[in-house]
Design a protein around this ligand. Structure first.
Ligand SMILES: NC(=O)c1ccc[n+]([C@@H]2O[C@H](COP(=O)([O-])OP(=O)(O)OC[C@H]3O[C@@H](n4cnc5c(N)ncnc54)[C@H](OP(=O)(O)O)[C@@H]3O)[C@@H](O)[C@H]2O)c1
Length: 260
């Protein structure tokens, strides 16, 4: 696979384009993008130097693999118009809810396809990419795509029945974590820390804590205990969060995404 096309350059499509090009996972001259908003796309092109395709058929003609990043309610209509052109091409999709079985029913048998659930921090090389274990790509192409995405984040393989839960936690997760950052920053501002500095303190704390957990494999409770001295002040903050239902609020958030 040499050339990669993107259909849709909204929040997720543009994060992927930026992340993959910036990480050196693909050369910008081998990236083709087709979007609905010409002015925004031209401005983005001036920054990232990819090619713009006028329409989906001309994009498919130029590309070995095509990644679809449109909203779920658009994809079936989009595929109706291009499923014949996709024969023999690799079809990648990041569209929530559209897994292997759904594409098997929508595409011709000679269109290999893979569903990937990404998240927006891939734009800065720290994405999560959940690859559905079930796919129909030739092994060498699958390996190449995995290597490419690994440059803009971490790749995980999930069975089909866990893709929705993975999407709820890691796909939607940046919104939840950003709310934590914003809330912690508000608390900092309340006590006189300037707003810009408050974001830096909150974000660096989250980054450091995440890195500590990832690099040591430490149980998150151990990290928490390491900050809570007996009769100290942090444990009072922990109690306040427990009283506010912080843990169940996060579980409720994932339930809400899962429609439970
Ligand atoms: N945002 C995330 O964090 C995230 C995370 C994981 C997965 N996803 C998945 O990514 C997909 C896109 O989400 P998003 O948040 O990026 O939505 P978005 O910001 O609305 O982007 C979708 C883009 O696709 C464009 N589009 C629609 N039909 C098109 C067509 N026929 N040709 C070219 N462009 C077309 C839309 O244009 P119009 O605005 O004119 O319709 C829009 O610019 C969704 O299916 C979602 O499940 C998103």
């Amino acid at each position: 696979m040499k050339t990669l096309g993107f259909v849709g350059a909204g929040n997720m499509g543009s994060a992927l384009i930026r992340g993959l090009i910036t990480a050196g996972a693909i050369e910008s001259e081998n990236v083709y993008v087709c979007g609905h908003h010409p002015e925004a796309l031209k401005a983005f092109q001036a920054e990232m130097h990819f090619n713009i395709s006028e329409d989906i058929p001309s994009l498919i003609e130029k590309c070995d693999a095509i990644l679809f990043a449109v909203k779920p309610y658009h994809i079936e209509k989009v595929l109706e118009g291009c499923k014949d052109a996709l024969r023999g091409k690799i079809m990648l999709s990041v569209i929530n809810g559209y897994d292997f079985d759904r594409y098997k029913a929508l595409l011709h048998p000679d269109t290999p396809h893979l569903f990937i659930m990404p998240n927006t921090p891939c734009s800065v090389g720290e994405g999560v990419f959940m690859f559905e274990s079930r796919h129909s790509l030739p092994e060498n192409e699958h390996k190449q795509i995995e290597e490419m995405f690994s440059k803009a984040g971490s790749v995980f393989h999930l069975p089909s029945h866990l893709m929705a839960a993975g999407a709820a936690v890691a796909g939607c997760g940046p919104a939840f974590i950003a709310m934590v950052l914003e809330a912690l920053s508000d608390a900092a501002v309340k006590y006189g820390i300037p707003r810009v500095l408050s974001y830096k303190l909150a974000s660096q704390t989250a980054l450091g804590c995440a890195k500590l957990q990832l690099e040591t494999g430490m149980h998150p409770g151990v990290i928490k205990d390491g900050v809570c001295s007996p009769a100290g002040t942090t444990i009072r903050g922990v109690q306040a969060l427990e009283k506010a239902g912080m843990r169940s609020a996060f579980m409720d958030a994932v339930d809400a995404v899962m429609g439970k």
